[in-house]
Design a protein. Sequence first.
Length: 277
Amino acid sequence: MGAVAKDIAAGDLTRRVEPATPRTEIGRLGLALNAMLSQIEAAFAQRTASERRLRRFIADASHELRTPLTSVRGYSEMLRRGAAASPVDADLARRRIEEESVRMSALVDDMLLIARLDQGRPLETEPVDLQVIARDAAADARVVAPQREITLEAPDKVVVSGDDTRLRQVVGNLVRNALVHTPGTTPIEISVTTLNGTARLSIADHGSGLRTEDRERIFEPFYRADPSRSRDSGGAGLGLSIVNAVVVAHGGRVDVKETSGGGATFEVELPLAPASS
């Protein structure tokens, strides 16, 4: 035990005390020490993984901000030097500066939201009818893509305890994801059901679907299943991360699976509100 303690003091947390009979004081001490070492080793591993995710998040965020910042700087210098030869060129420069500034602001807002939710900050909750949110999202999608067949199946009322704004963001992001990443003539099916005290929202598309490796990482910040998509068309890769963070903050879960016949189906499960609500 002394040799093990010396190795542990030197930083080797993988060492363990040889098992001994728990009927003796030394045996019980060894078991307790091994249990403590396992907890410490797990805590260090968790911290290392968290630091690795943070470094990757910062690197990805910096990369995403660099493009609009470069555009703003370029157009600003053009205006400062008087290189905008005509009023049309000057208007273009000012418009692009404004557009890229709005884009950066939205990106920063999304990153702050994910950070706040990851910190476990409580949400302001109230009874929210998930059926109403799904109905509104379907109506919005029909306006944006009138050529699409967008169906909604839902009971009259499915009430959960949650933040109405954030839950609308969840449904909106999932529907938008289906609209952007599938052919314009393929249908989208939205459904809301209940089972065993749980509300389930399902959004199914009939596009090309997702590879297994993409399904495993699709909710990571800045992850794109199709790296070839431009940032203008594909966004910053935060939409599904926000979905996951908001759902988890509501005590729920989100998953993606293959749609029968091809495509992707995103499923969100949330606890139903108490009957008294």
